[in-house]
Design a protein around this ligand. Structure first.
Ligand code: NAD
Ligand code: TYD
Length: 339
């Protein structure tokens, strides 16, 4: 089997490539990634060169995509994206380009090369925000109600995937997952940012009152869900993945400080994010029933593995908290990153 994975040098894409190579001994992977600030070739280190091949390229570049996509391809997995809400608030242009145009370019190439299945990696954020304490969860029937430019671009991408299936008969599956955490996540997102700052005894910036709720899932559980959707999903289906792990941001930050033995006094409440979604929660019962998938990593175990990875890989963190990242940090938080 041959698969094409975009965004493969990012956090989830790289975990997915490792998952696919382990899940099917006959699987060969072409990884395609532009290596933006969020892509890191080190995330793909140590893979068997007989089964894994990396190509640097832009999903918006038709020629590059057509050249890289194998002729006999079983599936495209589109993980490539601009993925951080705060960056989409600063400027949405790259989000529209990569997340929308890039997806359409991939759909066109998949059609031309008769790829057997197109798997679009989407997010629960396309469904907007849920009322606090309502007990309500997102299901596959929830409407698209994106609130951030990031979420709007991911929702638009889903609609292009739908249109490609309706119009051109491409076999498609869309996966929507909640907030991931785990090793190799770029330290602009909540969990790795708080770990990196706590390790350096720097303030942990919590937006607003810290009571926004996210539904957390360990990255390897997400990857096994995407694989299950590829193998067993219905053509045209959308699947929601979550691990029934709702927590407020303050609970998340405190558990990181507890694990590292650092004081809560490091928490610094900062101005709220504009348009900040209050609550995400996913009902995963469809995928549990239809795909036989279930999350297997608890928050306590997953967080322990994650904190341990960052603790043991300080050069990785120092390597990415440089140059452009420091200007981004200043722009979002109005303060310098000390280290
Ligand atoms: P990430 O930012 O860590 O990685 C994105 C990767 O895409 C990077 O390697 C980057 O170099 C690459 N990329 C960006 N623009 C590109 C382009 N034009 N051409 C080729 N490659 C390009 O993101 P992530 O957290 O690993 O997320 C991966 C996917 O999963 C995204 O589509 C995201 O929307 C989705 N998702 C993420 C989460 C989460 O919690 N992180 C949750 C649900 C869904
Ligand atoms: P994030 O990791 O950016 O994911 P998303 O916005 O896609 O859910 O943020 C997770 C939650 O943490 C979200 O409610 C915003 C909050 N947050 C902070 O309070 N401080 C921060 O510095 C960051 C990056 C996020």
């Amino acid at each position: 089997m041959n698969i094409f994975v975009t965004g493969a040098a990012g956090f989830i894409g790289s975990a997915f490539v490792r998952h696919a190579l382990a899940a099917d001994a006959g699987c060969s992977v072409v990884s395609f990634d532009l290596l933006t600030y969020a892509g890191n070739i080190e995330n793909l280190a140590g893979l068997d060169p007989r089964r894994h091949f990396f190509i640097k390229g832009d999903i918006c570049d038709r020629t590059a995509v057509n050249e890289a996509l194998p002729d006999d391809c079983d599936a495209v997995f589109n993980f490539a994206a601009e993925s951080h809400v705060d960056r989409s608030i600063l400027s949405a242009d790259d989000f529209v380009r990569t997340n929308v145009l890039g997806t359409q370019v991939l759909l066109d190439a998949a059609r031309e090369k008769k790829v057997r299945r197109f798997v679009q990696i989407s997010t629960d954020e396309v469904m907007g925000s849920l009322p606090e304490n309502s007990g309500e969860s997102f299901t596959e029937a929830s409407s698209l109600r994106p609130n951030s430019p990031y979420a709007a671009s991911k929702a638009a991408a889903e609609l292009f995937v739908r249109a490609a299936r309706q119009t051109h008969g491409i076999d498609t599956v869309v996966t929507r997952c909640g907030n991931n955490y785990g090793p190799r996540q770029f330290p602009e997102k909540l969990v790795p940012l708080m770990i990196a700052n706590a390790l350096n005894d720097q303030p942990l910036p919590v937006y607003g009152d810290g009571l926004n709720v996210r539904d957390w899932i360990y990255v390897d559980d997400h990857c096994s869900g995407v694989w299950a959707a590829f193998e067993k999903g219905r053509n045209g289906a959308v699947y929601n993945f979550g691990s029934r792990c709702e927590m407020t941001n303050l609970e998340v930050v405190r558990s990181i400080l507890d694990l590292l033995g650092k004081p809560y006094s490091l928490i610094k409440f900062v101005d709220d994010r504009p348009g900040h979604d209050r609550r995400y929660a996913i009902d995963p019962s469809l995928v549990e029933r239809e795909l036989g998938w279930k999350a297997s990593v608890s928050w306590d175990d997953g967080l322990k593995k994650t904190v341990q990875w960052y603790d043991e890989n300080k050069p990785w963190i120092d390597g990415v908290r440089t140059g452009e990242y420091r200007s981004f940090y200043k722009a979002v938080y109005g303060m310098d990153l000390a280290k």
